[in-house]
Design a protein around this ligand. Structure first.
Ligand code: ZN
Ligand code: ZN
Length: 383
């Protein structure tokens, strides 16, 4: 079985698809899932999402849990030189979602053979995790809204940590983040007649410096609060032109959804102040918003017990991770627990050109998820 899953993982790796465009991946997943005879398969969920339901066989289910994997890849040119390297220029599975899919598929094969009395298990292959849109779109899908869940679980492989170790934390596990995109529209003119145009360059410079200044207290509030000027665009390398259109963006991160919201508000206020001196318009957009991923205490205990059975090292984190995950969105539906699975201390970082999923984690991931199913099933028997 492991060989079969490794081959599937490598096959998915060769054909990566960007967020929201995961048609072929979803098709392949649905085809493979159908071999595991789930009681129900939903496709096209929130775009390209696939959901399989494995119902309790012996009796009516008392509880329902969900495990999530992600379908999407990222816009990076792969440089691993592996024989199964991405066949698509500029797109690669650089976050290991190919491996997460293989783990969930392994669980599907288990669920075909094994039964967990009293427990319905849902396996969700979610689209568009990387741009933060997928979870919200799945949650907005009416077919998903009809499903009742007691808990949702997911794991993410984490290079830089001991192989097969579990990294977990109750409460905030991964930060909230948002992009704040600012568009200035003035008036373009000949560089010989700047008075006929409206060039936003000074206002852009002022905006960068004011945001830096006014978000100082936001940054000082918590070492995990971050504000970065992520891009600036103005004009072309054309010296006869006085440009009228400019754009810039900031990325904000915080373990607190509230503090993040206040920081966005501060940028909006700065924008308003600045635009009063501008002959033109200024528009502010919030893009790629991720809620904080806040783990349930009970779920963390369940994962810890699951790791005992699978005999892997467990470390409880003191601080949340500064990166974001759209898994946090599922808290709108049920308690959630996301944990990290160490991919090896020396393995290349996520989102780097040389990253590749560590196939040895497939079996560990399946065992962990299986132990969680056993926990819920035995909990029901005790009740
Ligand atoms: Zn990623
Ligand atoms: Zn990821």
């Amino acid at each position: 079985m492991t060989n079969h899953l490794v081959n599937l993982r490598k096959e998915l790796h060769q054909h990566p698809e960007l967020s929201g465009q995961e048609e072929k991946t979803a098709e392949r997943i649905a085809e493979e899932l159908s071999k595991c005879s789930p009681d129900e398969i939903l496709t096209g969920l929130g775009g390209t999402g696939v959901l399989a339901k494995f119902s309790s066989k012996e009796d009516k289910a008392k509880q329902a849990i969900l495990f999530r994997a992600e379908l999407d890849a990222i816009a990076v040119q792969e440089e691993t030189g592996k024989e199964y390297q991405s066949q698509k220029d500029g797109v690669m599975h650089g976050c290991g979602h190919d491996g997460h899919m293989a783990i969930l598929m392994g669980l599907a094969h288990m669920l075909k053979k094994e039964s967990y009395p009293g427990l319905d298990v849902f396996l969700l292959f979610q689209p568009a995790e990387e741009n933060g849109e997928g979870a919200a779109r799945v949650l907005a899908d009416q077919r998903f809204q009809k499903i009742e869940l007691n808990h949702a679980f997911a794991l993410h492989n984490l290079p830089g940590y001991p192989e097969h170790s579990v990294l977990i934390k109750p409460g905030v596990f991964a930060a909230a983040s948002v992009g704040v995109d600012i568009h200035f529209k003035g008036k373009t003119s000949h560089a010989a007649y700047p008075e006929q145009g409206s060039n936003p360059s000074l206002l852009i410079a002022e905006m960068v410096s004011m945001v830096n200044e006014k978000l100082r207290s936001f940054r000082q509030n918590n070492p995990l609060n971050k504000a970065v000027n992520s891009y600036i665009r103005l004009g072309e390398q054309a010296f006869g032109i006085n440009p009228g259109i400019g754009k810039l963006g900031f990325t904000l991160r915080s373990p607190s959804d509230k503090q993040l919201g206040q920081a966005v508000e501060t940028i909006r206020e700065i924008g308003e102040e600045i635009s009063s001196n501008f002959e033109g318009t200024l528009k502010i957009f919030e893009v790629e918003p991720f809620a904080a991923t806040i783990n349930s205490e009970k779920g963390v205990e369940i994962v810890k017990n699951a790791t005992m059975e699978s005999v892997v090292e467990i470390s409880e984190l003191d601080e949340p991770f500064p990166w974001s995950e759209d898994f946090g969105e599922y808290r709108k539906k049920s308690p959630i627990t996301l944990f990290g699975l160490g991919a090896g201390e020396n393995s290349p970082a996520l989102h780097s050109e040389t990253y590749d999923f560590n196939d040895r984690l497939i079996e560990t991931g399946i065992e962990l998820f299986r132990a969680i199913c056993m926990h819920y099933s035995s909990e029901k028997e005790k009740a």
